[in-house]
Design a protein around this ligand. Structure first.
Ligand SMILES: [Fe+2]
Ligand SMILES: [Fe+2]
Length: 180
């Protein structure tokens, strides 16, 4: 039994974020399955991998809460939203999920600052960085889509885009690490 080193308020916020990461995993799992049956094997492979990333995030929260003397409670996960209309919609919705998630990570870091809970503040910084990477990653994919589609979904070269995405990495360079 560990000494409790996080506030009850923080424990609740971390638990909510843990469930939120599990929800994100479900969203990408659902989009991946949709992409697979829609004939986009590459995009589907990317989304399946990304779903795994979100599950790892969930696990990091679980470990951190328990390690700091709290109790990670596994809760019900909301159902994923409806299928996207098309690939552009899929990428745009993915970006919005990531932006919303960044905001909820920011709220945890903000609470850690208010409470002078530097351990959680430090833990939260890993996720701040991760969210910069993930937003960049999805923005880059949207750029690729725009290039492939040139504003016209009907004539989009989705074959190349799909093939590229099967090999797309799960991380993206961020300005902090940039070198000339
Ligand atoms: Fe995440
Ligand atoms: Fe994410």
């Amino acid at each position: 039994m560990k000494t409790k080193r996080i506030s009850t308020k923080m424990e609740k916020a971390l638990n909510e974020q843990m469930t939120r990461e599990a929800f994100q995993a479900q969203v990408y799992l659902s989009y991946a399955s949709w992409a697979e049956v829609s004939g986009f094997a590459g995009i589907s492979a990317f989304l399946f991998k990304h779903s795994q990333e979100e599950r790892q995030h969930m696990f990091k929260f679980l470990e951190f809460i328990n390690d700091r003397g709290g109790r990670a409670k596994i809760a019900a996960i909301d159902a994923p939203p409806a299928d996207p209309k098309d690939i552009q919609d899929c990428l745009q919705k993915t970006l919005q999920h990531e932006i919303d998630n960044s905001k909820s990570i920011d709220a945890i870091v903000n609470l850690a600052l208010e409470e002078k809970d530097w351990a959680t503040f430090n833990f939260g910084q890993w996720f701040v960085r991760e969210q910069i990477e993930e937003e960049t990653l999805v923005n880059n994919l949207l750029d690729k889509y725009q290039l492939a589609a040139r504003g016209n979904e009907k004539t989009a070269n989705l074959y190349d885009l799909d093939r590229d995405m099967s090999a797309a990495p799960q991380d993206a360079p961020i300005p902090r690490d940039a070198k000339l």
